[in-house]
Design a protein around this ligand. Structure first.
Ligand SMILES: NC(=O)c1ccc[n+]([C@@H]2O[C@H](COP(=O)([O-])OP(=O)(O)OC[C@H]3O[C@@H](n4cnc5c(N)ncnc54)[C@H](O)[C@@H]3O)[C@@H](O)[C@H]2O)c1
Length: 323
């Protein structure tokens, strides 16, 4: 039984991770400032899970008390995520995604943890030079005046801090570069990610819109596969960097079409203006993770989309095919 701290535990990935680690018999403390996370995501987790609402930038004494109580492994998942936030609050994004990590690393060093696992992102590859993109691809950041890159910049600096703090202070590290992940519990507002946003627009709005050109691609990994990958990687891989995600690439127009088909709705769309700096394609090379972990994603895109659609459908209390 390991004593685990998860930051961002009330968020999408953090809450599924907490659920899994508790089910595996660990004692887990989750922290989150509820900027985007929701208490209901972790309310069901039972006696071996404790939640504290705190901010990783502001509440250092409370965070330190958690370390004093005994933390062996840190899963650092707190971040300001959601592309629209990058444009709206660039300073907060870069601060949480860099200073927040530094705060966690300083406490990890002071309290002799065993391992620090950092949730990085495919955004560190920006608009990649080649596809599928492997871990050797250089960091690419756009120009300083585009707020979009505050998120990637925070992730890049956090990767450097993670590696060099861990080496200097003698704990293990693992950097996971997550590609697009989806499933229930994601934010479906305009500040959310594309799949829940598409579902909300499809179910609730008179007009379906897609950010131009619509031919941009992403590769989507269902949450249960990502959590399987993560738990295996945490057990088996030390002091390394791994891409985690799905190798199924799809355009935004095709994604929207499949969602409409699954919901039994006619499909038409209007293109919105493009976002400056939006990567044209994203496709991970996950061969290292698959070889090292002996794992292949189990949920194909259609099945995962159906599960996700059903969850939102129930939540929004709208029968499939309505409207
Ligand atoms: N979902 C994806 O497709 C994806 C892809 C790449 C990387 N990631 C990374 O995985 C991690 C989890 O992402 P997610 O999709 O679950 O996002 P999320 O927004 O659902 O979870 C992040 C959590 O961090 C919390 N948080 C933000 N600022 C905080 C602060 N100052 N103090 C404490 N908590 C704070 C938020 O309230 C939220 O619950 C993030 O680090 C994200 O960058 C996610």
């Amino acid at each position: 039984m390991t004593e685990i701290l998860i930051t961002g535990a009330a968020g999408f990935i953090g809450s599924f991770l907490a659920e899994r680690l508790v089910a595996d018999g660990h004692t887990v403390v989750g922290v989150d400032n509820l900027f985007r996370g929701k208490l209901e995501n972790v309310a069901h987790l039972g006696d071996t899970f404790t939640f504290e609402k705190l901010d990783i930038l502001e509440d250092i004494p409370r965070l330190e008390q958690i370390f004093r109580n005994g933390v062996e492994v840190v899963y650092h998942y707190a971040a300001i995520n959601g592309t629209e936030h990058f444009y709206d609050k660039p300073l907060d994004v870069v601060r949480v995604n860099s200073e927040g990590t530094m705060n966690l690393l300083k406490l990890s060093a002071r309290h002799n943890i065993k391992k620090f696992i950092f949730a990085s992102s495919s955004e560190v590859y920006s608009d990649p030079l080649y596809l599928p993109t492997n871990e050797q691809h250089p960091f690419l950041l756009g120009n300083l005046s585009n707020p979009r890159y505050t998120y990637a910049a925070g992730k890049v600096i956090s990767e450097y801090y993670t590696k060099w703090y861990a080496e200097a202070f003698g704990f293990k590290y693992l950097i996971l570069r997550l590609f697009n992940t989806y499933g229930p519990r994601m934010d479906s507002s305009k500040y959310g990610q594309v799949i829940p946003e598409f579902i909300r627009k499809m179910l609730l709005e008179p007009e379906f819109t897609i950010i131009a050109p619509g031919t941009q691609t992403r590769s989507f990994c269902y949450i249960s596969d990502l959590i399987d990958f993560t738990v295996l990687a945490a057990m088996k891989v030390d002091n390394d960097v791994l891409n985690l995600g799905s190798e199924h690439e799809i355009t935004m127009i095709e994604l929207a079409r499949v969602l409409h088909e699954l919901a039994g709705r006619p499909f038409s769309y209007r293109l919105l203006s493009p976002r400056v700096g939006d990567p044209k394609r994203r496709l991970p090379d996950t061969s290292r993770a698959r070889a090292m972990l002996g794992y292949q994603p189990k949920t194909d895109l259609r099945s995962g989309l159906k599960l996700t659609l059903d969850w939102y459908q129930n939540r929004l209390a709208l029968p499939i095919g309505m409207g």
